[in-house]
Design a protein around this ligand. Sequence first.
Ligand code: NDP
Length: 295
Amino acid sequence: GEGRVSVIGLGEMGRVLASSLLDAGWEVTVWNRTAARADALVERGAVRAGSAAEAVRGGALVLVCLLDYGTVRDVLEPAAGELEGRALVNLTNGTPGQAAEFAAWAAGRGAKYLDGGMMAIPSTLATEEAFIFYSGDESVLTGHRAALEVLGTPHYLGRDTGLAPLYDLALLTAMDMMFAGFHHAVAMALSREGGSAAGVTGHLVPWLTNMARVLPAFAGEVDAHRATGAAPALSQGLDVQRAGALNLIAAAREAGVSTDLLERSRAQLDALLAAGRTDWDSPLSVRQVRGEPLV
Ligand code: NDP
């Protein structure tokens, strides 16, 4: 019936998907290459499918969470005959291009396909903190909203299948750079007797939280600039920015830590100056990262 959900892939994330659906009272069918990973779920009432095809047959809604898109394709290929009319949600991480390619494959087998990007880790999946990007066939979300809401707050981004993986990877990219910055800050703190990782982190968290609150204003200027060419109000002289960047580099050298990350920022500021710009603003930085003309 409509209450049946199948979960294909019982890794760190897939096991939480399945167990949270069980907790919420759904009838759950599970399949995993390494069958033993289903044991604890089966003890709690999940139905063990003998194959991926059987798992697809067992669910009005089929969730897939595997290593990568190549694996998804390999696992679902033998189940292709079962996909007709099925709501298929792929929560596996991949690129927008991979998602579009897979969506075409799934559509060719008659599946209603929704791509998903989980903004959660195993310990936060299916909690208040979790949110999930979706793109593709919106009828899958509207038809199965109650089950999908168990996993995290859904954010539907549009018909273009690539949007969910695009936003997912955009957020992960920013996170990656934040973590790189964090490790750099800790390395600097450790360069002097009185500094410590915990000490600097206690101040870094409120600082980054405050700075994150500036981002919507930057984003507003980027969008306004792209729409109408509106001049940004939040700007700063490039000379001041460059002096700051040189300080960061000099401080890193004094601390004996790598300047790699900082040299990249300096090179970007130098390129803006070389292009004749005098002021920095957020729309300009975005244009630079996009490889668009700076003048
Ligand atoms: P795991 O490594 O824990 O699980 C990987 C899953 O893929 C297992 O079910 C594994 O089966 C299966 N698998 C791997 N290779 C094959 C194969 N050749 N044939 C069949 N099955 C295969 O990964 P996660 O659960 O952590 O991640 C799953 C997806 O979720 C990834 O795309 C990841 O990027 C994404 N994700 C993960 C997050 C995290 O914090 N972990 C956060 C957000 C997204 P088996 O048990 O047999 O090895």
